[in-house]
Design a protein around this ligand. Structure first.
Ligand code: ADP
Ligand code: MG
Length: 593
């Protein structure tokens, strides 16, 4: 009993974050529930009208006038019921849609604020499952669950009440199958929803496989693997049919089972109630009304069985959603933000160390580095030496696990996060393009960008001509829903995105890897021109780019191993010289093409 109670309590508690939406929306909710109760009440009146009719018929007091009156009563009841049903469906299902929308927005807004370490731990698929399946389950629980629970309880209890008024003993006996109906509904609806989910999963596998095969059709053809792909598709199709058949079997079992048990009740009533009618203990009208109530009872019984599932599933989903909502972003707004003057761009790293969450070993350690305002610095080092990790510390995508990062002498953790990030233009290693227009991809929601600034950013990034050549120019849609750009074009667009606000600090992390050497040089010339007096951090593979920095920092296994100008580092003939010689060779090879 105790376990049951705590389960009920846990279920109830999981829905608490929705409380405010229920309060906000209490008027339509109460009106909706009120209409629902009236409909239930009217429904219960119908058997009474039938009883009256039959009694007047059996006692031979019926006149055509009376019969017409009863007929009209039934019509009136049905009309009012229809109208009120419409009203409560709109109000109550409308409420559940509202809850769904607010919860989804809240979840989205929250997830967006979480730190990269959350995304690191959580699969995108899981986040999508929270946003789609779990929110759906909550909607079902707060909409259909609420309606069917109220409806089922009220209609069920009052129907039983009316039956007891007619004949107490008969009522008790005829509801013997009721618990079986509730139990069977619970079991079978649970099985149905699991099987339904399986079917959906198989279907999404099937479509994903088809999508992949068509997207990669050139590879499939080049290897002449059409039959192999076809066979895999046939297998998916078979699995889909098997899943659907399993579901059909359960559904096929459900309704006949329900019919058997409801008819069992009916049989009991005919046998025992019929006898009581003959003995004159109840009237023929009572007998028929009793049967009508028993019929009315079928839906509430199934509803209760079904709804307890809906509410439990919704509760499990709510618990998963709550766990995400309880996640605290690790990159926090400082409690007492230091109001800084406009950021100038001096960057200092003091004893910076960093360990990726869930990873053993330091990605960065003991890093001391000062970049003066207006300097251009190149970070060089082998793949995995920690360049990208270091750069991510500046806009606080990660906070160092040891030491600190200062900008203009202020710890970045004490700056308002928005101010800090707005002062930094960051071209990440992955050139991320969103499904939107060229213009929106570059301006990216920032305000007060003039057409001239937009043009300038495109021209410095050497992408202007290509944008103009597109059918709809800067209004062309890119990404999944639009045209596909080459890797180099994507990179140049993301460079334009970073340049457009002319930030005091610019970070280019491997931003030219898919751009040819000559274009890289062209872009770099203009960027360095444009950024005179401003701080710029560059990671590039090409020596022609690296050597133009005022300062070169060489990283190896997360440590700063050498630092200085190009010429000075070459003289030292250490790590940098090795890297340099390798890259000169690579660049010469590239130039020959
Ligand atoms: P670089 O940019 O110089 O190639 P990174 O900064 O990307 O180097 O990587 C430095 C080290 O951190 C590598 O050992 C790499 O495996 C590790 N690392 C990079 N990104 C992650 C991540 N998201 N999670 C865990 N480890 C990472
Ligand atoms: Mg990198």
């Amino acid at each position: 009993m105790k376990a049951r109670k705590s389960l009920l309590y846990e279920t109830f508690k999981s829905y608490m974050p929705l409380k405010k939406y229920f309060i906000e929306n209490k008027k339509p909710l109460l009106v909706g529930l009120f209409c629902l109760l009236i409909v239930d009440f009217l429904q219960l009146l119908i058997p009474l009208v039938i009883k009256r009719t039959i009694d007047t018929l059996t006692f031979q007091t019926a006149t055509s006038h009376i019969l017409l009156k009863y007929g009209l009563v039934i019509i009136a009841i049905s009309l009012v019921m229809a109208a009120l049903r419409y009203v409560y469906r709109r109000l109550l299902f409308g409420h559940s849609r509202m809850v769904e929308e607010k919860l989804r927005n809240r979840l989205y807004n929250h997830i967006q604020k979480l730190s990269p370490s959350f995304y690191h731990r959580t699969k995108t698929g899981d986040i999508m499952a929270r946003a789609v399946n779990d929110i759906n389950a909550v909607r079902m629980a707060t909409g259909m669950g609420l309606v069917a629970l109220t409806d089922g309880l009220v209609l069920g209890l009052t129907a039983v009440g009316f039956m007891m008024v007619i004949d107490f003993r008969l009522a008790l006996i005829s509801i013997i199958p009721a618990p079986i109906i509730i139990y069977m509904t619970r079991i079978l609806t649970r099985r149905m929803s699991t099987q339904y989910e399986d079917v959906q999963k198989i279907f999404s596998n099937l479509t994903e496989r088809a999508r992949e095969a068509f997207a990669g059709i050139r590879v499939v053809k080049a290897y002449s693997r059409e039959n192999w792909e076809y066979e895999k598709m046939v297998q998916e199709g078979k699995a889909y049919i098997r899943g659907n058949l399993r579901l059909a079997k359960t559904i096929g079992l459900f309704f006949p089972m329900m019919a058997i048990f409801t008819n069992l009740g009916l049989a009991i009533v005919i046998w025992l109630g019929g006898r009581q009618t003959i003995l004159g203990q109840i009237t023929t009208g009572d007998f028929v009304a009793f049967i009508s109530y028993l019929n009315l009872l079928t839906w509430p019984l199934m509803a209760i069985g079904w709804v307890t599932n809906l509410i439990q599933r919704g509760s499990a989903s709510m618990r998963r959603i709550n766990r995400v909502l309880e996640e605290v972003p690790e990159i926090n707004e400082p409690r007492h933000p230091q109001v800084v003057a406009p950021i100038r761009g001096e960057i200092r790293l003091e004893g910076v160390g960093f360990e990726y969450p869930g990873q053993r070993g330091l990605a960065l350690s003991g890093l001391d580095l000062t970049i003066e305002k207006g300097q251009t610095i190149s970070l060089v080092g082998r793949v995995g030496s920690g360049k990208s990790t270091l750069l991510q510390m500046v806009p606080r995508l990660f906070d160092p696990t040891e030491g600190r990062v200062l900008i203009d002498g202020v710890d970045v953790r004490l700056m308002p996060v928005k101010r800090l990030r707005e002062a930094i233009g960051f071209v990440t290693q992955e050139a991320v393009i969103f499904s939107d227009t060229v213009r929106n991809n570059v301006i990216f929601g920032r305000e007060g960008i003039s057409p001239g600034e937009f043009e300038k950013a495109l021209s410095v990034a050497h992408i202007q001509d290509e944008v103009q050549a597109l059918e709809n120019g800067m209004h062309t849609i890119l990404g999944e829903r639009g045209i596909t750009l080459s890797g180099g074009q994507r990179q140049r667009l993301t460079i334009a995105r970073a340049l457009i606000s002319d930030p005091p600090i610019l970070i280019l992390d491997d931003a030219f890897s898919m751009v040819d050497t000559r274009t890289e040089e062209g872009i770099l010339n203009q960027i360095l021109e444009m950024r005179r007096g401003k701080t710029t951090l560059i990671v590039s593979h090409r020596v022609s780019t690296i050597r133009r920095a005022n300062l070169i920092a060489v990283l190896d296994q997360g440590k700063l191993v050498e630092m200085g100008t190009h010429d000075k580092l070459l003289e030292q003939r250490k790590e940098y010289t090795k890297l340099y010689e390798r890259q000169v060779l690579a660049q010469e090879l590239e130039m020959e093409h």
